[in-house]
Ligand binder design. Structure first.
Ligand code: SF4
Length: 220
């Protein structure tokens, strides 16, 4: 099955997912940092606390005490590391872009990515989420759900290591035209599919992809 076909199947079954749920680009960046190793509902609680404390702007966050931020984002877990990462991100924005995210997002994808990856507490998935969902630039976000689903659907058919972030991202980039809207929706649809059917213990019998999926066809 071509990737385009997979996208169509998912889209026809689930419709638009309206990602990323946030009121500003800065909030997307904060959410992308906070969502590491935790469920989205916990991120929601942390963001609610930051909003209530009126700290959801780069300027305000930059001047706030790290310990205060840590306290507010406690629901998202790993709060000491994450508050450090948030402070580092705001400091970078202050020193290089006078807090103007648009200036940073005006750069080519490769440069933004390099800058983000050099920051404390930002890995590939977080950097790419910021580039796709906040900067609205076409880079595919790979996560554990995408690895699981793609590994199962395509099996060894493409002779790629679907557990590798870089290999899987390359697979998407080579087989889909660069389009931020499609990448945005595709990633969100994969998350939805992993939650409803392609769970750790997959519900292949009920899955609308079973006839096109290597894993289901091999009867594993
Ligand atoms: S058929 Fe099974 S393994 Fe394949 S995508 Fe559906 S749930 Fe996942």
């Amino acid at each position: 099955m071509y990737l385009k076909e997979l996208f169509q199947e998912l889209y026809e079954n689930y419709g638009s997912q309206y990602w990323w749920p946030a009121n500003s680009k800065f909030e997307v960046c904060i959410g992308a940092i906070l969502t590491q190793n935790t469920a989205w509902k916990n991120v929601g609680l942390a963001i609610k606390n930051l909003k209530k404390a009126k700290l959801l702007s780069a300027e305000k966050m930059q001047s706030a005490e790290e310990s205060k931020i840590a306290e507010l984002i406690k629901p998202s877990g790993y709060y000491n590391q994450k508050s450090k990462a948030l402070k580092f991100f705001c400091k970078h924005l202050a020193e290089n872009y006078s807090f103007d995210l648009e200036k940073m997002f005006g750069k080519p994808i490769s440069e933004i990515r390099e800058e983000l990856l050099a920051m404390h507490g930002i890995g590939k998935e977080t950097a790419d989420s910021i580039i796709l969902y906040a900067a609205n630039k076409p880079i595919f976000v790979v996560d554990a759900y995408a690895k699981r689903i793609m590994g199962r659907i395509y099996g060894k058919a493409h002779d790629l290591d679907f557990d590798s972030y870089d290999d899987l991202q390359k697979f998407f980039h080579e087989n889909l035209k660069p389009n931020a809207r499609i990448y945005n929706e595709f990633h969100a649809l994969l998350v939805q599919h992993a939650k409803l059917y392609c769970k750790k213990e997959p519900s292949c019998g009920k899955c609308f992809l079973k006839k096109k999926c290597e894993f289901a066809r091999s009867g594993k």
